[in-house]
Structure formats: structure tokens, C-alpha cells
Design a protein around this ligand. Structure first.
Ligand SMILES: Cc1cc2nc3c(=O)[nH]c(=O)nc-3n(C[C@H](O)[C@H](O)[C@H](O)COP(=O)(O)O)c2cc1C
Ligand SMILES: Nc1ncnc2c1ncn2[C@@H]1O[C@H](COP(=O)(O)OP(=O)(O)O)[C@@H](O)[C@H]1O
Length: 322
């Protein structure tokens, strides 16, 4: 997959491919609804023997319109999103720098100056996709603006039972914020992931028999709620089972800053400075302030047994963040 940065106004050197089938959307989370859009577009592209391109944006378009939490925390920061696009068979990812100029484009201008410039034979998006104000820039009106220059294909809402009612980025963000990772994973269609690097902590972990790798997550990552989780971590190119604590080390009472600490099973290497990917599989419990370190150790032993069982039962889904 090629990834190409675009900024407005588009220059012709940036876009060499065409004709392509073009899927468009912000796709935060690349959840099962988004996957349906991209997979549908892939089938259409295959039928036409054309590459599949995706048009997405480097930041949530809403940032330009309204006050948002800062920094904005995504389900999938760009790098993660691109990894998922690649696994869905995307050939070209156009990442547009979303500025006020782009936000201010009238729907007709967006179609003429952005979409058309990407040489699509067909544009594909979800039923609720908008490219400006919802009343004038929706999928029903897109064919009018396109005026026969290329085809438009709208992908219906994903609906295969009650749970699919809730396949939306907003809902998944809420589940992650509440720590309901099992449910978030169901809607995502893969295990929720966080990336970062391993930094030094207080070096207490090894003294209690549970060394913990401290993950300094990258900016814009959206971290699950405080609590304890069964996880996998990719480090030095391989996935290792483990358990994670997101919290403040209540028992030791020194930590004012929230940390992610991971004890890996059957693992004994120094990994400071390594880039890692954490796959959140299941929530186990809340963080507890224990009255002694021994009580913490007893609980960690139980957490390990529970995590090992969960991870043994949990198989990798079709796609996962690499
Ligand atoms: C799976 C797991 C669960 C944990 N649960 C708790 C907890 O409930 N309460 C708590 O105070 N600390 C908990 N801890 C955090 C330990 O206190 C922490 O890992 C230890 O202080 C080591 O920190 P260090 O990396 O700074 O040496 C947990 C750690 C892990 C790996
Ligand atoms: N099984 C393991 N799980 C996690 N980290 C491990 C493991 N074995 C060795 N390590 C190493 O030990 C470090 C954690 O030890 P710890 O005493 O908790 O120190 P620190 O507070 O500096 O992170 C990790 O960053 C990693 O480099």
C-alpha cells in the first residue's frame, strides 16, 4: 500500500493513479461498519480491475468546526489506521491535511476540486457519510454534484443483530473510556490496540516477582479506563501474553501520573526503549489499594491465572494492528 499526503489545493504531481475505486471517510477505529465500506469498495475495485484508494483526513474534521478535548484522542491514530487499511486490501491511502480551507469548500467545490482530482471511476462511502453540512453534503445528493463524471455507491448500515445497532466510533470511544474492552473489541472486529515505547518506572516490579514494562503511549492514543486487563504485547517482532495495569499504583501511593504497566508471561529481557504494540483483550478488575504488598502479590498471581485462561481461549481475529 502506498500512502500519499495531500494538501489543498491538490497538485497534479501528488495524484498519478487512476482510474481508481475511491472509498472515503474519516474511519476512526476502522470498526466493523468501516470495514464493510472498505471491503465493499475492494470487491468493486476487483470487478473493475482497478486499484482501491481511500481518502481520509489527518485530523477529525470536527476539530476545525468546534471546541474539542485537547489533544484529541483517537481510537486509531493515523499509523494504526494505515496498518488496518493495508490489511483490508487498500492500494493507495490518500491522507488529506484537513484545514479550514478544506472545511470551507462548498459540496460542489469539494467534488470538483478534491474528489474528481483523485481520478475515481467510482466513489464509495457509508450511508451517513458527509463531506460538509449534513443537509447539503450527504450521500443522497452526491450524484447531483458528480453529474455523471463517475459512479457513486452507498454502503448500507451494518445490521446483523442487536449489537450492530451500536457500531459507531462514538459508541466505541465510550466503551474504551469505560474500560469495556471486550465489548469494544466486538464492535471493532479486532482487538483494541495502543502503541508506545517502554520507559523506566520505579523498579519495584522486579522486587515483588512481577517486573512490569512501563508503556509511554504516543500522543493522541486513547487509553482504556483505569483497571487491570489481559493483554498481548508485540515487542521485538513477536507477540507475548501478559497482564496490564492502567492506573496510579495506589498501593505504593507515589504515582500522581497514570501509567500503563505490563507484566509479560514467560519473558525475561530488558526492553527499555523498544517500540511496542499492546493489544487489549479483556478487562479483569478495578485497581485496588491493597493494605500490604503481599496482598498485591497474591492478587497478581490470581490475575495471571485468569489472564492465561482468557488468552488461551481468545484467538486472533481476521485483522489486527501489526
Ligand atoms: C496486572 C497488574 C495489576 C496490578 N494491580 C494493581 C492494583 O490493583 N493496585 C496497585 O496498587 N497496583 C497494582 N499494580 C501495579 C504495581 O503496583 C506496579 O506494577 C508496581 O508498583 C511496579 O511498578 P514499577 O514498574 O514502577 O516498578 C498492578 C500491576 C500489574 C502488572
Ligand atoms: N516478564 C517481564 N515483563 C515485563 N518486563 C520485563 C519482564 N522481564 C524483564 N522485564 C524488564 O524489566 C523491566 C521492568 O522491571 P521493573 O522492576 O518493573 O522496573 P521499571 O520500574 O524500571 O519498569 C521492563 O521494562 C523490562 O525491560
Amino acid at each position: 500500500m502506498k500512502s500519499i499526503r495531500l494538501s489543498y489545493p491538490l497538485s497534479t504531481n501528488e495524484v498519478k493513479a487512476g482510474p481508481v475505486v475511491l472509498a472515503m471517510g474519516f474511519f476512526d477505529g476502522v470498526h466493523r461498519g468501516h470495514q464493510k465500506v472498505i471491503r465493499t469498495a475492494k470487491e468493486l475495485a476487483n470487478e473493475r480491475h482497478q486499484p482501491l484508494a481511500v481518502l481520509t483526513y489527518d485530523k477529525l474534521p470536527a476539530i476545525v468546526f468546534k471546541m474539542m478535548e485537547q489533544p484529541v484522542r483517537y481510537l486509531t491514530p493515523l499509523k494504526t489506521k494505515l496498518s488496518l487499511f493495508q490489511q483490508l486490501g487498500v492500494d493507495i491511502a490518500y491522507v488529506m491535511n484537513f484545514t479550514s480551507d478544506v472545511a470551507e469548500l462548498a459540496p460542489q467545490e469539494f467534488v470538483d476540486q478534491v474528489l474528481t482530482a483523485l481520478n475515481p471511476s467510482m466513489v464509495v462511502a457509508g450511508f451517513d457519510h458527509t463531506y460538509g453540512p449534513a443537509d447539503i453534503a450527504n450521500m443522497a445528493l452526491l450524484p447531483t454534484y458528480v453529474n455523471g463524471r463517475f459512479d457513486v455507491y452507498t454502503v448500507n448500515k451494518l445490521s446483523e443483530g442487536a449489537v450492530d445497532e451500536k457500531v459507531s466510533s462514538t459508541n466505541i470511544r465510550k466503551l474504551v473510556d469505560e474500560g469495556q474492552i471486550g465489548q469494544a473489541n466486538q464492535l471493532l472486529g479486532y482487538e483494541y490496540t495502543t502503541t508506545g515505547i517502554i520507559v523506566h518506572g520505579f523498579a519495584r516490579g522486579r522486587t515483588i516477582g512481577f517486573p512490569t514494562a512501563n508503556v509511554q503511549w504516543y500522543e493522541n492514543e486513547r487509553i482504556p479506563a483505569v483497571g487491570v486487563y489481559a493483554v498481548r504485547m508485540k515487542v521485538q517482532g513477536r507477540w507475548v501474553d501478559g497482564m496490564a495495569s492502567v492506573g496510579f499504583n495506589e498501593t505504593f501511593g507515589q504515582n500522581k501520573r497514570m501509567t500503563i504497566e505490563i507484566n509479560l508471561f514467560n519473558f525475561n529481557h530488558h526492553i527499555y526503549g523498544e517500540h511496542v504494540t499492546v493489544q487489549w483483550v479483556q478487562r479483569l478488575r478495578d485497581e485496588v489499594k491493597f493494605s500490604s504488598v503481599q496482598e498485591l502479590i497474591n492478587q497478581l498471581k490470581k490475575d495471571q491465572t485468569t489472564s492465561e485462561q482468557i488468552l488461551a481461549d481468545n484467538q486472533f481475529s481476521g485483522i489486527s494492528v501489526k
